[in-house]
Design a binder for this molecule. Structure first.
Ligand code: ADP
Ligand code: MG
Length: 589
């Protein structure tokens, strides 16, 4: 048996686990239970109630290339999950694998494959179904063992595998235990949306739309979050093709396209989409682990996903915003950065009220939280207050002008000496908070504010592990957290400058950021990313009604803050329409 070749199928516990669970699904199991020890490094046990294996077939199942579920040569006609007949032999060649099985009406039998050496088949007592136990993976193959990561990382990879397979098959019950602790317990015959919510985020249960679309023999189904429910990374977007979990960049792009008008570019909806397509339209054999696909017609699939999502969002009352035509938007300009600098400005008297502690547009997620309401035919909310009388020379000194009102509860309208200015209140405020945080860190003085009641934030275990590993660094940033059981964190204090109302959202997004950062990078090294996430959660939301005094305070602070012309994601925070441009718009030139 070629042990190196085994690496094609089995490179780490998670890949072995994937093969074992897929075999159980292929065997028609209705309930699958997975037990892991030390992230699967010490042991993996998969038990199912499927049709089992006949006594005589058991040695054959462990002989390389001896079995194959392929009925004929047509490698493209793959309908079952496994099709190469090499998973069990590969795993058995690099571990101690015990296969026990009992078919309906028959007796139980057991065979052991110890690093490639087969035992005799012996009787054993067990319920109907199959049980595969893998111990000491790569224990005798040091060259491979040394590539394995920590039990925590291996566990995270195993959890991801089980999660994806369980999402694909909401008809099958799953139990997952790690080091004796029950991590997942999913009943059989769940509705797909319930299963997806249970696996991704329970709040999704009340914040989703159902996706359903058929076109030219291809069908798309699934569950997608409302635009108000989003996360800081695209990690919570799942795609399944013919029941198989796959990773494909096409998904991220298509989702972005579909939600472009509803969700900021750096925010990502949460979803699970299931494509059912004729087998000849897809090549699943690209990668040995079969997590990549190649579509014959990727543009068509992308179109399917965009239309499917758009329709579902439409039906839920989200309307796509009408874009103004290009000609008129060209007139809106932004002064080259920095059009003005702290040096030219009155440095005194700027202050920033505590925007964030005044009840915002609702809990949960801050950014554009109110767009949904505005796009579903909400009454226009433009609003002007009698402007505070402002001496002319003083107004002249303010490059961003004097606030005249607020549009759509999102944009501040200000009048400057030479034109009209629109400010995106959320983007602008986020930038100010980031700059304040940078300064506080540089001074080594990030003030913390203790929460009245420490807040428990539920997260999955790997996410908690990632945060726990960074507790000290987060503390320096003003966030005081501690581990609270296997799948929750306890937040005791948050950076005072954020005036946080949504601690849960912040901690979840930070967990996503840390996943993106990986183990190596220090938070100091990627301070911008973390500080930006914090700033985003501590910022005045779109949808907040602001008084003229508050608006002016925001404008004044923007003027004295470096880089305030761009939000943390590189978009402008304000634009200007010069007087001459206004005249052009009205044909007075
Ligand atoms: P493949 O799945 O590609 O056929 P595997 O090496 O994964 O190859 O499995 C070998 C064979 O062992 C399968 O074809 C199947 O007949 C049998 N087998 C493996 N696991 C199970 C199971 N959980 N229940 C029933 N049969 C199984
Ligand atoms: Mg298989």
């Amino acid at each position: 048996m070629n042990r190196i070749a085994a690496g094609e199928v089995v490179e780490r516990p998670a890949s072995a686990l994937k093969e074992l669970v897929e075999n159980a699904l292929d065997a028609g199991a209705r309930a699958i239970s997975v037990g892991l020890r030390q992230g699967g490094l010490d042991g993996i046990v998969v038990t199912d109630d499927g049709h089992g294996i006949a006594r005589d077939e058991m040695p054959i199942a462990l002989e390389r290339h001896a079995t194959s579920k392929l009925p004929d040569e047509a490698i493209e006609q793959v309908r079952t999950l496994g099709f190469r007949g090499e998973a069990l032999p590969s795993i058995g060649s690099v571990s101690r694998l015990t296969l026990s099985s009992r078919q309906a009406g028959g007796d139980g039998w057991r065979i052991v494959c110890d690093n490639g050496v087969l035992s005799d088949v012996e009787p054993c007592a067990m319920p109907y179904g199959t049980r595969v136990e893998v111990e000491g993976l790569f224990a005798r193959v040091p060259a491979r063992r040394k590539f394995l990561r920590s039990p925590r990382s291996e566990y995270a990879a195993c959890l991801d595998i089980v999660r994806r397979l369980a999402m694909a098959r909401s008809d099958v019950g799953f139990v997952l235990e790690h080091d004796g602790r029950r991590v997942l317990s999913l009943p059989a015959s769940q509705e797909r949306e319930d299963r997806v919510a249970q696996l991704i985020d329970r709040e999704l249960a009340d914040n989703h739309v159902i996706v359903e679309l058929e076109r030219e023999g291809v069908s798309l189904a699934g569950v997608a979050s409302l635009p108000t429910f989003h996360r800081g990374s695209a990690d919570h977007q799942y795609l399944f093709v013919n029941g198989r979990p796959v990773r494909d960049r096409l998904l991220v792009g298509a989702v972005r396209g579909a939600y472009a008008d509803f969700v900021a570019r750096d925010r990502h909806p949460v979803l699970a989409l299931f494509l059912t397509i004729p087998v000849e339209e897809v090549d699943v054999n690209v990668h040995p682990a079969k997590t990549e696909v190649r579509f014959r017609d990727p543009a068509f699939m992308r179109g399917m996903i965009v239309s499917g999502l758009r329709r579902a969002l439409d039906a839920a009352g989200m309307r796509v915003i009408n874009r103004p035509d290009a000609g008129s938007t060209e007139l809106w300009q932004r002064d080259a950065e920095p059009g003005f600098g702290p040096a030219q400005l009155p440095s005194s008297g700027t202050f920033l009220p505590d925007w964030s502690s005044r009840g915002g547009a609702g809990g949960g997620t801050p950014l554009f939280a109110d767009r949904q309401a505005r796009f579903s035919g909400f009454a226009p909310s433009g609003r002007a207050e009698p402007a505070v009388a402002m001496p002319t020379d003083e107004a002249r000194a303010f490059p961003l002008g004097v606030a005249r009102g607020q549009v759509a509860r999102t944009y501040i309208v200000a009048e400057a000496e030479d034109g009209l200015i629109l400010v995106d209140q959320h983007a602008a405020h986020e930038r100010l908070v980031l700059e304040r945080m940078r300064k506080a860190l540089a001074d080594g003085s990030v003030a913390r504010q203790a929460l009245l009641l420490p807040e428990v934030v539920e997260l999955d275990e790997p996410a908690c592990d990632r945060i726990e590993a960074r507790i000290d660094e987060l503390g320096e940033l003003g966030l005081e957290v501690e581990r609270f059981g296997p799948a929750a964190m306890l937040v005791r204090a948050a950076p005072a400058m954020l005036g946080l109302s949504d601690v849960t959202g912040l901690v979840r997004d930070l967990a996503d950021d840390l996943a993106a950062l990986g183990d190596a990078t220090s938070l100091k090294g990627r301070l911008d990313l973390v500080a930006a996430t914090m700033a985003c959660h501590g910022s005045v939301r779109a949808g907040r009604v602001l008084s003229v005094a508050e608006m002016n305070a925001l404008l004044r602070e923007m003027e004295v803050t470096p880089h305030s012309g761009q939000c943390n994601h590189g978009r402008p925070t304000w634009v200007k329409l010069a007087h001459g441009d206004i005249e052009k718009l009205f044909g007075r030139h």
